[in-house]
Write a protein that binds this ligand. Structure first.
Ligand code: FAD
Ligand code: MEZ
Length: 607
């Protein structure tokens, strides 16, 4: 059984990495076919008009459909050279998509051809950039076949070997990894971060709703009553008591100081709201309701840079080095180098496997074909490496869906929208559940509706207080109208039914009593301020609760229940904290609390 997990994960990793990505991959398959067909036509046209031996000087433009909208390319040609390439595309995925826009023109200039390798995990954007530039060149009458044949020979590089000596190697530059790196470096260790993607952030970059913490300085300031005990009990109940109570208790007890630590590194979280399954207002977020992940990743990266921690991007860890039973390093593959990182300890912070359909569908066949909210790097590599080094795995079959995911873009609509007062209606325009229950329950309720989808409905007041919503508007997934009836017409729901639903809901908010579904939280504001908004949603794969077993010091435990010397882990790569179902906001709490613990434990160990 254990061997099967590793074998499956490894095989699927190769597939997943080669295919480059979750949400972009899902689209890329169809789009790549379109691109190829178009490219074929372009090639034929290009050959007919070909100017032998070079280009017709001038400025040429081309366009192509990217991930979120149109990509435009402006190419300046002299008689024998591509002089400049400028590419724009405002709607590409933040981070990875924009990296493709920024990096590819430079590589194209270096190679003097548009036909260069796609940026890992941004295949749709990359293909669109390639097509837009090729289309500009086609309009200049360039020989696209000749330019295609340039690819490969000029890009091929033999990989050299390099050994890097340090104290601590941290694999994965997401939230847990960067938190551990900052903590350990602040205590004087030499640290390196190894990250397989071309950018830092991982799933942490996408986190939106916020971070749970109890008895915090922020809650006290806002007059919110909460307790560590309630936090522990909510988490245990949400996880169906499968959680490791010791780990949960540490997370809850240390969550308050984690909020203060974030403040100390320049990332205060001054607002607090409700998340599903939480008894009290506990989910901490940035001012104005901005997405928590990008905000934290920016702060983490600034600290990592200020502390001079080297970050090896595009460098995929492939194997842990084990000597005399202790972990002393990592083997990794970069773009042009094969690395051996040697040190005294290793922290695995490689995240989960929510972008690895082969694995999650093995444990949950019902999830086959589901979209994922996860970033393409979430393929479970760390779990494989740890297991190969003897680590025990826990709760590996516990996989969570998020109930409100827009299906054509895989964009997750944050729980904070419901926490701020939004409701869910089915295709008849009626509410069908308490929207603030845990996400497994709400997901099931949506799937049980006719055609298995729902609309999340909110108003202008909610939009004004939650800037995370602007991303949904920018991505054109929000329907808007000045009246409830107008909104109903647009989403093809009976206007009378939707009006009644809203009227009943607003009465429930006024009376603080939801007679229909017993909702008790996220009822601070009614839905009465026009315009009104709707987003069509259904569940998507969101979090993998299981992973490597750790103790409260973030030391990795082997299959005999013993600590593996030199190996620590934190974040979504681990199992135990979330049990059978994670409460919204607990993963960011997990990565900050256990990221710090892993950093400190590694410091102790290295001493
Ligand atoms: P990640 O942030 O995923 O980082 C892991 C890193 O390791 C990645 O950069 C990855 O590329 C890298 N890596 C993987 N394999 C290798 C390898 N072989 N070599 C080198 N590098 C490797 N939780 C909350 O509590 N609150 C929220 O509001 C919230 N919102 C979310 C919204 C979305 C859309 C998603 C997807 C998740 C959300 N979560 C939220 C969950 C939470 O963001 C994640 O569980 C958490 O950020 C994981 O952090 P991590 O550091 O463990 O992993
Ligand atoms: O913890 C999460 O995954 C979360 C709060 C997501 C969200 O809805 O914003």
């Amino acid at each position: 059984m254990r061997k099967t997990v590793a074998a499956l994960l490894s095989a699927a990793m190769v597939i997943s990495l080669a295919a480059c990505g979750s949400q972009e991959t899902a689209k890329s398959q169809t789009e790549t076919e379109t691109v190829t067909a178009t490219e074929q036509k372009e090639t034929e046209a290009g050959s007919q008009e070909n100017k032998e031996g070079g280009f017709t000087p001038g400025t040429y433009e081309g366009t192509a459909k990217g991930f979120g909208g149109e990509i435009k390319a402006k190419v300046v040609l002299s008689a024998d050279k591509i002089e400049s390439i400028e590419v724009t595309g405002d709607s590409e995925t933040d981070g990875i998509g924009t990296i493709a826009l920024e990096n590819l023109p430079e590589v194209m200039m270096e190679n003097q051809t548009p036909y260069v390798d796609a940026v890992s995990s941004a295949t749709v954007t990359s293909n669109a950039v390639i097509q837009a530039v090729a289309s500009a060149l086609e309009s200049a009458g360039a020989d696209l076949d000749a330019l295609k044949s340039k690819k490969g020979s000029e890009n091929a590089v033999a990989k050299t070997e390099e050994t890097v000596d340090t104290d601590l190697i941290i694999v994965g530059a997401g939230g847990a990894g960067m938190t551990a790196a900052i903590t350990a470096r602040q205590e004087g260790l030499e640290v390196v971060l190894v990250e397989k993607m071309p950018m830092v952030g991982g799933n942490t970059l996408k986190a939106t709703g916020g971070m749970n913490a109890a008895e915090t300085s922020v809650q006290k300031k806002l007059g919110i009553e909460d307790s560590v005990e309630t936090f522990v009990e909510d988490t245990m109940k949400g996880g169906y008591e499968k959680n490791n109570r010791e780990l949960v208790t540490v997370m809850a007890e240390k969550s308050g100081e984690a909020i203060d630590w974030l403040d100390s590194i320049g990332a205060p979280l001054p607002e607090v709201s409700f998340s599903g399954g939480a008894t009290n207002k506990r989910i901490h977020r940035p001012e104005g309701g901005a997405g928590v992940g990008a905000y934290l990743v920016n702060a983490f990266k600034e600290n990592v840079d200020q502390l001079g921690i080297p970050v090896y991007l595009d460098t995929k860890a492939t194997e842990l080095i084990v000597e005399n039973g202790a972990v002393t390093g990592v083997k990794a593959e970069g773009k042009d180098k094969l690395y051996t990182f040697r040190g005294k300890a290793v922290i695995l912070a490689t995240g989960g496997f929510g972008a690895n359909e082969e694995i999650y569908a093995k444990y949950r066949p019902d999830l086959k074909g589901y979209v994922t909210t996860n970033t393409p790097g979430a393929t479970g590599d760390g779990i494989v490496m740890a297991e190969t080094a003897g680590a025990n795995l826990v709760d590996i079959d516990q996989i969570q869906t998020h109930p409100t995911v827009e299906q054509s873009t895989s964009i997750m609509i944050t729980e904070s929208v419901r926490g701020g007062g939004a409701i869910l209606v089915n295709k008849s325009g009626k509410r069908f559940t308490n929207e603030m229950q845990t996400r497994d329950v709400v997901s099931k309720a949506i799937v049980d509706q006719e055609d298995s989808y729902s609309y999340i409905i909110f108003d202008q007041n909610l939009r004004d207080n939650l800037s995370a919503i602007e991303k949904y508007v920018e991505n054109n997934i929000v329907v808007q109208a000045d009246t409830i009836e107008g909104l109903a017409e647009q989403i093809q729901v009976d206007p009378a039914v939707l009006s009644q639903t809203l009227e009943d809901w607003n009465t429930a908010v006024a009376n603080k009593k939801d007679g229909e579904f017993n909702r008790e939280t996220g009822m601070d504001a009614d839905l009465t301020k026009a315009p009104y908004y709707a987003i069509k949603v259904a569940p998507g794969v969101h979090h993998t609760m299981g992973g490597v077993e750790i103790n409260t010091s973030a030391q990795v435990i082997n299959t005999e229940g013993k600590v593996i010397p030199g190996l620590f882990a934190a974040g979504e790569v681990t199992g135990g904290v979330h049990g059978g179902n994670r409460i919204g906001g607990n993963a960011v709490a997990d990565i900050v609390v256990f990221g710090r613990i892993a950093g400190n434990s590694a410091v102790e160990y290295c001493k």
